[in-house]
Design a protein. Structure first.
Length: 204
């Protein structure tokens, strides 16, 4: 009689964002996000295979994730998490978060860290992105915009992978209550992606 060992394993990916003002401590958004599993699988394979692409490189911001009717009721669209060419609904600003990149103008405050606790089967990737007072260029002086479709009233954001050929693949997408970035406020995004290994063995 021959013993047969079947390995059942997988990888669970979870994302969470916290948008806050680092000076006042005000938490503006605190919620989970959608993972684009197909694009993430490509990036994981590229990173492990040392293909020179695939790692988290930039954060995109947009204003196309919600609509507001005349009575003020907000409708939230479904995050884009299928199709290799998925994108934000209407991207209006992009910032490099890879602190190893020569194009990152402020690697101390726009960076990527990995955090692991010995003995556990998960590792967190923490992406930090700070929108300083003066960025983006052309923003309003105060956060009092009446039009939710203004360029820098953000209601969606996502992480994208590095690609030498141009716009990288969308890895995550989250839609939230509109948040205005204006000259009078700092906004910091702490974006956590947890990579967890799930393994079990069935012997028969």
């Amino acid at each position: 009689m021959t013993d047969k060992l079947n390995e059942q394993s997988g990888v669970l990916l979870q994302g969470h964002i916290k948008i806050h003002n680092p000076e006042t401590g005000e938490v503006i958004i605190d919620k989970r996000n959608a993972i684009h599993y197909e694009n993430m699988s490509i990036s994981l394979a590229e990173s492990l295979g040392n293909a020179g692409t695939g790692w988290i490189y930039e954060m995109g911001f947009g204003n196309g994730g919600t609509s507001v009717d005349p009575t003020g009721i907000i409708t939230y669209l479904t995050p884009n998490s299928t199709g290799t060419n998925a994108s934000l609904y209407n991207e209006t600003f992009t910032k490099i978060v890879d602190d190893r990149s020569v194009n990152n103008l402020d690697p101390a405050r726009n960076k990527i860290e990995t955090r692991h606790v010995s003995g556990t089967n998960y590792t967190d990737i923490l992406v930090t992105c700070l929108l300083d007072y003066g960025e983006p260029t052309g923003q309003d002086a105060f956060d009092t915009a009446a039009d939710q479709n203004s360029l820098y009233v953000f209601d969606e954001l996502g992480l994208r992978a590095y690609s030498a050929s141009g716009t990288g693949r969308l890895l995550t997408h989250v839609i939230f209550h509109p948040v205005q970035k204006s000259l009078n406020r700092l906004i910091q995004i702490d974006y956590t992606v947890r990579v967890q290994s799930l393994t079990g063995f069935n012997e028969g």
